[in-house]
Design a protein around this ligand. Structure first.
Ligand code: XMP
Length: 515
């Protein structure tokens, strides 16, 4: 995508703004969120070929409600208004909105009215849509016509009589709108003439070109954790500038069992990445000696990591750039109110908390991507499936899964139990259904009996959750026979454990990690 065409999603404070962006990209069309205050000139400069106005919680007549810049209607770019976005279109073009008392919330049926419309190609009569509005159209301006009515008698969709402007009262981005994907596809392809060229291979070609141009003859460093984001960044960099990209993989001693070998085997040997591996576990463990407080653990590990990374980078020498795996959700900041722009793009996202005086410029090749898009790019790049489908792993590693003091012995117990748990999940086909699964070592001992002998050993908790983004999570209902297998194997194979429990707490009220 050398000339990147963009669908601009203007954010008026909807909880679904990000979802609209994703839905557009699911049609292989690039889309990006902009604050509702964005100027028409900026949109034109950014190569915007379609505009979608998001919903939002405001009422168009309320003081300080977000408004639609009228000039956006004069730049010859098609517009689709969703819910509040539709109210804005109506209000700006001579119509009126009214608060309808009970409103419409949840599923509704809609039917066409007023003849054919490109927005309704292949949409059956009486299709189910999802509504969530208190306000509705009272009267349309002279140049608009209704094109669908809901079963509750509310105008559900409108179209401008001569220009490519549309509005829908329902939410096509929500899965409960049965034909939501068709509505979005009709707008993108029938109305706007977008081309479906936002594909992993196009992304890779473009990213490699940009990195090559930006880095020139210089060298760069990239922090590598073995997780999917940093592995994809490292592979893109390698493709662009080969061994002038130096990946730094620091073993802080709190990685999972066999993690170092897996990362080095698949990424260095398998893909030929230029990885500098450092075993700094002694330093980290020394600093964590006798530390119990979770926040202190995190701080110590964070600081030590920065220190190690900076020193290593300096020693490699002649480094101009630092690459990191910032993702699109990392740079979208929800304003959460209806007065100011609801999104703000940060100037840069300092993922690792690296010090300001590090003499590098940043390269963030994934900053436009969602996590699932990163996986698609990774697959296209030939990364092994086990890297692509790995559960997320926190920066502080097992340190936040050993409640209480961290010692080599306790680390080993946890690594062994965790390894068996994950092994069983993979064997039973459960692993890929789960967002994250791991074991936690609890700092208490309990009494047991094994082979007629009294035992007094450690307690392990197992946790498995489903989630879409880690912000909320549900505990995963592992089948009893799988739990049974885990308990048996862990108690029998890991010396130092005589009891296993399963965590059945969601987030909220729990968090995913225990510390
Ligand atoms: P919590 O425990 O806050 O975790 O519910 C949400 C997600 O974030 C991961 N996590 C971290 N990731 N550095 C990271 O890179 C950290 O310090 C960290 N703490 C939590 C956690 O594993 C889960 O996926």
């Amino acid at each position: 995508m050398s000339i990147k065409k963009t669908v601009a999603i203007l954010d008026f404070g909807s909880q679904y703004t990000q979802l609209i962006t994703r839905r557009v990209r699911e049609h292989h069309v690039y889309s990006e969120i902009f604050p509702f205050t964005v100027s028409p000139e900026e949109l034109q400069e950014q190569g915007v070929e379609a505009i979608i106005l998001s919903g939002g919680p405001a009422n168009v007549y309320k003081k300080n409600a977000p408004t639609l810049n009228q000039n956006l209607l004069n730049i010859n770019i098609p517009i689709l208004g969703i819910c509040y976005g539709l109210h804005l279109l109506v209000n700006t073009t001579g119509g009126t909105i009214v608060s309808s008392g009970s409103g419409e919330y949840g599923n509704a049926r809609i039917n066409r009215t007023g003849g054919q419309s490109q927005l309704f190609n292949d949409i059956p009569e009486n299709t189910q849509v999802w509504m969530s509005h208190g306000d509705e159209i009272n009267e349309l301006g002279p140049e608009w016509k209704p094109i669908a009515i809901s079963s509750n008698g509310v105008v559900a969709a409108i179209q401008h009589i001569s220009r490519p402007f549309f509005g829908v009262q329902f939410h096509p981005e929500v899965i409960h709108t049965t034909d939501g994907a068709t509505f979005i596809s009709n707008f993108l392809f029938n109305v706007c003439g977008c081309r479906p060229n936002w594909t992993p291979s196009n992304f890779i070609n473009n990213a490699v070109k940009e990195i090559t141009e930006k880095v020139g003859d210089n060298e760069l460093v990239c922090g590598l954790s073995g997780g999917v984001d940093s592995s994809v960044v490292a592979t893109l960099l390698h493709k662009a500038i080969g061994t002038r990209s130096h990946c730094i993989f620091i073993d802080h001693g709190m990685l999972r069992k066999e993690e170092v070998n897996q990362v080095m085997g698949s990424l260095r040997t398998g893909l030929g990445l230029n990885i500098h591996h450092f075993d700094h576990s002694k330093n980290f463990l020394q600093k964590l000696n006798n530390v119990i407080d979770p926040e202190k653990k995190r701080k110590i590990i964070g600081n030590e990591f920065i220190h190690s990374f900076s020193e290593i980078a300096k020693n490699i020498g002649n480094i101009h750039y630092l690459a990191q795996g910032t993702l699109y959700p990392d740079i979208i900041e929800s304003g959460g109110n209806t007065v100011g722009p609801a999104v703000k793009i940060k100037s840069h996202h300092n993922v690792g908390g690296l010090p300001d005086d590090m003499p590098f410029d940043l390269i963030e090749p994934l900053k436009e991507l969602f996590k699932d898009e990163v996986r698609l790019v990774g697959r296209e790049l030939g990364l092994p499936e086990f890297v692509l489908n790995r559960h997320p792993f926190p920066g502080p590693g097992l340190a936040v899964r050993i409640i209480g003091k961290i010692t080599i012995e306790r680390l080993e117990i946890l690594q062994n139990a965790d390894h068996i748990f994950i092994d069983i999940l993979k064997d039973t086909g459960e692993y890929d259904k789960i967002w994250q699964a791991f074991a936690v070592l609890i700092p208490i001992k309990t009494v047991g009996v094994m082979g007629d002998t009294r035992t007094y050993e450690n307690l392990i908790a197992l946790r498995a959750v489903t989630s879409t983004d880690g912000m909320t999570a549900e505990w995963y209902h592992l089948p009893y026979d799988v739990l049974d297998k885990c308990s048996n194997r862990i108690v029998n194979e890991v010396s130092g454990i005589n009891r296993v429990v399963y965590d059945i707490t969601g987030k909220p009220p729990g968090t995913i990690e225990w510390e």
